[in-house]
Design a protein around this ligand. Structure first.
Ligand code: GAL
Length: 718
């Protein structure tokens, strides 16, 4: 009876039986078209019938359900969820069940008001919204263990429960850094351990001679509340480290309890990387698979930001992840929550799949009649007269497309993963270090990562991330290029050696400004930007650029292309050995006129390349082309439009090219002359939002025409 359900890319939604319970809801009856007031159980039945009709594979539930399941201390009312689980099983729908700790109930807050968190400005967050808890509070930690155990024991054996999610979006609403008494106590203990009980070692590390901040004991240390001028940046960095560790240990306790009482169910969390407060590597360490919530902050969606966030999620566990929440399409938390055209849902779905997602759940099943998210989109609309919503049509279209891809290319239940071309360092401590002593509101390492992503999606390079070079050292040889995108900290001797060995085997390295400036305690290094030997070069000066400022980098060999433009940050490099060549210089108008803007390591015959940019490249077609040429990096295809994203995927010796065209005009893809299409599909939505799938003609042509807002997937051969 499942209409089009497939396993290649699991589709689903967040589902809230707790919002339906004890209410009569007006519902259109599936199939019959009748509109009726239904009681709870009938409403659940209608929902499940409707899910089957669309080919829904998975639902997620329970994350805000504490007060429904335990309305008063010790009173246990799990029935509505047990009913939903029964229906899920009957309809062969998998359930990801969540622990409910993101919304502690009123009775718990009333009994322990100091569970409520305190912000950097000293404001106590009141009851009435969500994430209103202090994870440092021993009472809340005990309550979290208690409710997790009750949930795991009550729901965790049900055959419909396929996996678990901890809490909901750790860190959302700025909730990683808490300024409570319990946070302070725990921070002091954490510091005592970190500095081996030696307060002078902390004083030295934190440079407390500055502004008379000397501490006599760990008990004198305060949290970095908002202050007149900036707080101590070394304390700030330690506080971020501490807060992340504490949050992860809060999560770990839940995971251990789930594993004990609901065995064989993998555990995930819906991570968010719209903000940098939470370290995705640390937060994912104890998880079995990664969940990701995909939302757009910009009023105009920014597909490159989505691409690198997806790649980061795939990289954390080196395997497919699941989009646990997808905005479908309007949200309620932007200054203006604009409407979007419906084809975004198809393009984002395909983009996430090509970047390693194995499924996508919409947030949420239903457009809520009440609550602060009442205008937020859902699969089922407010107006019960609508028999099939646009979102439902999209789910059906996506199911059809994935079924066709699976059949045409013989994929079982997963798509191939991205080729391992580029490894980029994404390190939270490095991001925090640059954020804490920012020096510029426009510079950010994530902006650099965004530009590197544009480089990758232009040529179809598979982009992967690692937290440090040291963490990736055994795997480096798989990649063609390593990118250090303003990685803050000095490279260790071990890392320098692995870079050298990587190049000796033909690997390429691209480093951007602001790399290697800092020590782990957030002090500036006495020898910034040393990649190999301190004798190679030094930085005479460096600093931020205004957002209106552009540097022109003039290539010393003009045949290599036109000039590269730079932005955000600039370094005045003084070469002091023969090890590097100058490939471009800052133009005569620059503050750094004539000094090297691009340098490249001189290589012996079998060495790869290391290119260092003294300014952040503007990601134009020309700029990206110059970088590719200097790195001498081969490609299988090139996109002739910036909003056409290419991705090379590989399984064994089979190579695939996936393209998602976000642009509104037709575009083309230039294949490398040695490659041709063996078999391919072109996909888009019709006006009526059904899937239009056409085979791509196999053969010799090396220029593929790609219509606006369409998708292409092809197997390539020689
Ligand atoms: C997410 C959250 C959901 C819902 C959604 C609205 O951040 O996890 O519960 O609030 O935002 O866009």
């Amino acid at each position: 009876m499942n209409n089009g359900k497939q396993n290649l890319f699991k589709l689903g939604a967040a589902y809230y039986p707790d919002y339906i319970s004890k209410q009569k809801t007006l519902t259109r009856k599936v199939g019959s078209g009748k509109i009726e007031w239904l009681a709870e159980k009938e409403r659940l039945q209608e929902d499940f019938k409707r899910m089957v009709q669309q080919g829904i594979h998975t639902i997620r539930m329970g994350e805000f359900s504490w007060a429904t399941v335990e309305p008063t201390p010790g009173v246990w009312q799990p029935e509505v969820f047990l009913d939903a689980l029964e229906l899920a099983q009957q309809h062969k729908i998998e359930v990801i069940f969540c622990t409910p700790t993101a919304t502690p109930p009123k009775w718990l807050i009333d009994a322990h008001p100091d569970i409520l968190p305190i912000t950097r400005t000293g404001q106590r967050i009141p009851f009435g919204s969500r994430r209103h808890y202090d994870f440092h509070h021993p009472v809340y930690q005990a309550e979290s263990r208690r409710i997790t155990e009750l949930f795991a024991k009550t729901f965790g054996h049900h055959p419909a429960v396929s996996s678990w999610q901890t809490d909901n979006e750790f860190g959302c609403h700025n909730s990683v850094f808490l300024y409570t008494e319990n946070a302070k106590k725990a921070f002091r203990l954490w510091l005592k351990k970190r500095y081996n009980g030696e307060i002078e070692s902390l004083n030295d590390s934190w440079f407390t001679c500055f502004w008379s901040q000397h501490y006599r004991s760990f008990d004198e240390i305060e949290l970095p509340f908002a202050s007149w001028a900036d707080q101590n940046p070394h304390l700030e960095l330690d506080f971020r480290r501490f807060s992340n560790e504490a949050l992860c240990s809060f999560q770990r306790e839940q995971i251990e309890i789930i594993k004990k009482h609901s065995p064989q169910r993998p555990v995930t969390h819906n991570l968010m990387t719209l903000f940098t407060d939470l370290c995705p590597w640390q937060a994912s360490e104890d998880l079995d698979f990664i969940g990701f919530d995909h939302y757009q902050m910009e009023s105009e969606p920014h597909p490159t930001t989505s691409a690198w966030q997806f790649a980061l999620m795939r990289s954390t566990k080196q395997k497919p992840f699941m989009v646990l929440e997808q905005q479908p399409l309007q949200v309620n938390w932007q200054p203006t929550n604009r409407r979007f055209s419906f084809d975004w849902l198809l393009l984002w779905g395909m983009q996430s799949a090509f970047q390693g997602a194995n499924g996508m759940l919409y947030f949420s099943w239903q457009r809520m009649p009440g609550g602060c998210e009442q205008y937020h989109d859902g699969v089922v609309p407010h107006d019960v007269r609508i028999a099939q919503s646009q979102q439902e049509k999209l789910i059906i279209a996506k199911n059809k497309i994935f079924a066709e891809i699976g059949k045409t290319f013989g994929f079982g239940d997963c798509l191939p993963l991205a080729e391992r071309d580029v490894l980029c360092i994404y390190n939270s401590e490095s991001l925090w270090s640059h954020e804490i002593t920012a020096q510029s509101v426009t510079y950010s390492t994530r902006k650099q990562i965004d530009h590197i992503t544009q480089f990758c999606t232009r040529y179809g390079y598979g982009l992967w991330f690692a937290p440090t070079l040291a963490a990736a050292k055994d795997d480096l040889a798989q990649y063609k290029l390593i990118v250090l995108p303003g990685y803050a900290f000095e490279l260790s001797d071990e890392e320098k050696t692995s870079l050298l060995n990587f190049r000796k085997k033909g690997g390429r390295v691209l480093s951007l400004p602001r790399t290697g400036y800092k020590q782990p305690n957030n002090k500036l290094s006495p020898m910034p930007s040393v990649f190999y030997a301190p004798e190679d070069f030094y930085l005479e000066d460096y600093g931020a650029m205004l957002d209106t400022e552009i540097e022109t980098c003039e290539l010393t060999d003009s045949s290599a292309g036109s000039n590269m433009l730079g932005q955000l940050w600039a370094e005045k490099i003084k070469l002091t050995s023969e090890a590097w060549n100058t490939e471009a210089v800052f133009s005569a108008k620059s503050i750094y006129a004539g000094s090297p803007a691009i340098i490249k390591r001189k290589e012996t015959a079998h060495h790869g390349a290391h290119v260092h940019l003294a300014t952040c490249p503007v990601p134009s077609k020309e700029g990206l082309g110059i970088i590719r040429k200097l790195l001498n990096l081969p490609y299988v295809a090139k996109a002739h439009a910036t909003d056409l994203q290419l991705q090379t995927l590989r399984v064994g010796s089979r190579i695939f090219l996936a393209g998602v065209h976000f642009g509104y005009s037709d575009a083309s893809i230039q294949l490398d002359p040695s490659k041709r299409v063996l078999n391919g599909l072109q996909m888009r939505l019709s006006r009526e939002l059904s899937a239009e799938i056409t085979p791509l003609s196999a053969g010799e042509q090396s220029l593929l025409q790609i219509p606006a807002r369409s998708i292409v997937f092809a197997e390539l051969g020689h």
